[in-house]
Write a protein that binds this ligand. Sequence first.
Ligand code: G6P
Ligand code: ZN
Length: 543
Amino acid sequence: MEHSYVDSRPIAGQKPGTSGLRKKTKVFMQAHYLENYVQAIFDAIGGAEGKTLVVGGDGRYFNDRAIQVILRMMAANGAARAVVGQNGILSTPAASNLIRQRGTDGGLILSASHNPGGEDEDFGLKYNTPNGGPAPEAVTDRIFVASQAMVRYRIAETQDIDLSAIGETTLGDMAVEIVDPVVDYAALMERLFDMDAIRGWIADGHSIRFDAMHAVTGPYARAILEGRLGAPEGTVVNGTPSPDFGGGHPDPNPTWAKTLYDEMMGRDAPDFGAASDGDGDRNMILGRGVYVSPSDSLAVLAANATQAPGYARGLAGVARSMPTSAAVDRVAEALGMAAYETPTGWKFFGNLLDAGKVTLCGEESFGTGSDHLREKDGLWAVLLWLNILAATGKSVAELMADHWRTYGRNYYSRHDYEAVETEAANGLMAGLRGKLDSLVGSTARELVVTSADEFAYDDPVDGSRAEGQGIRIGFEGGGRAVFRLSGTGTEGATLRVYLERVETDPARLDQDPQEALAPVIAAADAVAGIRELTGRVAPDVVT
Ligand code: G6P
Ligand code: ZN
């Protein structure tokens, strides 16, 4: 087989963000773009020689083409083996599982997560390390540096290989093992959860609706919910993955999964509703007439996890990203567990999980997971919820009400301003940063500012420091607003404003979050000048 070197030159902007490199698909399709980035990954991890890597993606447009390129480059770079999902498909959690289960040297995951897919939409690629988790910043920094020095890459000149047949094949000297994307993942779920209890709960007539959003979890949810757990056919909707996700945003939140949301708020709603995103790591949880905010979901799971066999021995600790509400901290305090606060991005949980400091972790951005993997895991969250519902016999609404009565309620909402002009967004953040000290003691609308800082994180395991991770403003009465720019978008800037206020008065646990948060929302706008500086009068997405 010919192993060619192809001359290239550095391409600007190949800097991995919150979760790998994400760009418009057409950018990835430009000559040398994907190849440069893949070679930069190999160079940053000491070469691919002799290595085994897991390769798979969420099936979005260009997934199939990109995988062929990656495999040819692995072969040319001397990799020993590729473990590939059939037809190039692996959900992100399933890929993380395979990396760990096989003890590989990591993996390449092709996805732009919840971003739309298609020739005119988004594509992404990330490298996960041998622990199964997204590469930490030290590694992504090396990838970027390698991309900036790229002068040539290696690629084998071969035909495409057939990824449809499960089994072993070869590409030059490299072994290629094509695996069923679902089997090992489903087996892991069976080890963690009381499947009999969930099966019984369903057999008793409880109903579920799972919206796969035309994305990768369709086959997984069908196999587990409808197959192994006996939920009726049709429980999983939008269950056939499509390269453009049916033209939608495969993002499980009340805006983009509105059909499911509306069904769950309706009169004939099922007992439990859930959705997952493009690559299967996010989740949204609903009950009949109730929407469970991701921060609350994390807290409820932490409080009740011991109902599931995989967590019966208790939790070592919990972690949440800084903008996530402190609801889980209240549970940790009551149960005597450690609670950690990390920057946004799943990669920051990796060290805590590896060191055994935490068992459960989660983010406000619809991500929850545990030490069973090193990615967040949408279906895992769904199954843990179902296990808890089956074990307690409570409805989602009853569980939430009990939870708030016991721990108090952290009213919470995120307001997103999307595709804001980059300069305006940067200006807003710089303006806040510049006046942090003078804010303390001042009054914003009706609330006095009691604290103002920019979050930095010192990793307790490896001592690394991450700075500039979001501006936090605390208000009297325990309210909080956090300002951050998204690290996952591909167009302009997305300003995220995270709003929170804790309530412990038993008579006031049932308010609409937007009303309960109104004073904090007004104060946040006054402090940051959102309307003035962005020209926006209302957020595009409210979670
Ligand atoms: C991805 C990451 C998460 C992160 C989320 C939001 O899903 O895996 O860890 O919380 O993006 O990131 P953003 O930078 O857009 O707020
Ligand atoms: Zn995702």
